[in-house]
Write a new protein. Sequence first.
Length: 328
Amino acid sequence: MRTGRWTAVLTLVAVLAGGYPGQAGTVTYEIVPVGNAGNANDTTGFGAVAYEYGIGKYDVTIGQYTAFLNAVDPGGTNPYSVYSTSMASNANSAGISFTSGAPTGSKYAAMSGSTNRPITYVSWFDAARFANWVSNGQPQGGQNARTTENGAYNLAKSIGRNAVPRNAVNPNTRAAPTFFIPTENEWYKAAYYAPTKGGTPGYYLYATQQDVAPTNNPAATGVPIVNYLQGVTYCVTQSAIFSPTQNYLTDVGAFATSGSFYGTLDQNGNVYQWNDLSGATGKFRGLRGGFWAGGAVTLQKSTFTQVTATREVNDSGFRLVGSIAARR
């Protein structure tokens, strides 16, 4: 149930979309409320969240990440490697090109047809820098403590490429940060929990409000559809033959019948998404949700993995959670 606290979170998104004085304000990121605070853990040991929060309805897209790149790396020097050349060269997930001779502030461009697909080849650190950027009001200018290096996460505290905890206060705004990478419990609850599953609170096996595997056929009607490898068949091509020149991503939210109880889309399939595990400092962070070349088991609530926070692969992207202020 939405309360007055949700009005505050959703207003923050609207403000960010318009920007603050002198700042870019180029990205609108839609969040949905996750209520039912104080739910119990699933039998897997995950899912309990003691507070209400917001989470991205969709993964962060190639178009949104392109806007981020042009805002924080207008000269194309890429000092913290937030851009990977694989974002252009890997045809299976290609989405962002780089042109060194393009005008300052427009050196990165979303490739044809890719704008609404999820971004891939992003590490946990890339996702944290994006979270810092939106928490700082989407400023324009080089990467520093006021743009990408502090805000939601103080990345200057990262030693030995360890991921760092969330900030309680954004030093740039003197307020609680507005966006973070979800903890594993926040991500899990939004994906699998329903307060009225079979008449009582519970967790589905899949993030589509199902305990049976969804179809991957885009032509299906009236049923949940997920971009994953069903048997030996790829979703996009409906073929068992892998093509190194085929883009296998689908637009975020392309399958509107596939939402979780809270209204998130693509928490299963398309690409894995980063989570913060417990949020403690550490070398590892989590991935959940399955991807376009993973089987049904990769979609299930019992499947998770921990990887180094520096990992960048074409099977992984991210979504964000909403303002920590909504917890109060």
